[in-house]
Design a protein around this ligand. Structure first.
Ligand SMILES: Cc1cc2nc3c(=O)[nH]c(=O)nc-3n(C[C@H](O)[C@H](O)[C@H](O)COP(=O)(O)O)c2cc1C
Length: 175
């Protein structure tokens, strides 16, 4: 069964253990790459045409406004041959209690009916928030699994947890 990993992640200033640090690789990207390594699935990064600011406080405001306006930020590109993938690992940071609005744009672009969606989220305390409920609403007919929540600042240490989740969800995956 062929699988695709779609993720959104941001580099730049982020809040890590009480401090703002500059991240060269986003937390969700770290987890997405772990899943790629463990499953051999293809990897696709969802990138908005207008990126969120590198500055943490500015990004917080931008994302807050996006959510308030129920925005659908335009994406640079979309995954190709979506019809050939049956399982979609869907990764994103928790932004204001759900996915970044750019993920809403992506999910509305396709018909996911009949596919299995495995959400994974990085966060700093709110877990998956409302994201799984939102994915279920945006993807009627898809089997949207309960999802995996990883604390963002611990993403690099999460391989064991990620592997356990994949094994539980995807008995047949190549590990
Ligand atoms: C705009 C913004 C909003 C956020 N909102 C939340 C939130 O509501 N709950 C939470 O637990 N973490 C929140 N966070 C923390 C991120 O979810 C966390 O740092 C995540 O790991 C970032 O992923 P990334 O490095 O892949 O972009 C927020 C971070 C940003 C930048």
């Amino acid at each position: 069964m062929s699988s695709l990993i779609i993720y959104f992640s941001r580099t730049g200033g982020n809040y890590v253990a009480g401090d703002i640090r500059n991240l060269e690789k986003g937390n969700t990207e770290i987890v997405a790459e772990m899943i790629q390594k463990l499953t051999g699935a293809e990897l696709f990064e969802a990138e908005p045409v207008v990126p969120y600011s590198d500055d943490y406080s500015a990004c917080i405001e931008e994302a807050k406004n996006d959510k308030k306006r129920d925005a659908r930020p335009e994406l640079k590109k979309y995954p190709e041959h979506m019809e050939s993938f049956e399982k979609i690992y869907l990764g994103y940071p928790n932004y204001w209690g759900t996915m970044p609005m750019a993920m809403f744009t992506l999910l509305e672009h396709f018909d996911f009916a009949g596919k299995t969606i495995l959400p994974f989220c990085t966060h700093e305390g709110s877990g998956l928030g409302d994201s799984v409920r939102d994915i279920r609403r945006l993807c009627p007919g898809a089997d949207v699994r309960p999802g995996l929540a990883i604390t963002g600042s611990r993403a690099a240490q999460a391989e064991k947890e990620v592997k356990k989740w994949i094994l539980k969800e995807e008995k047949e995956c190549r590990i």
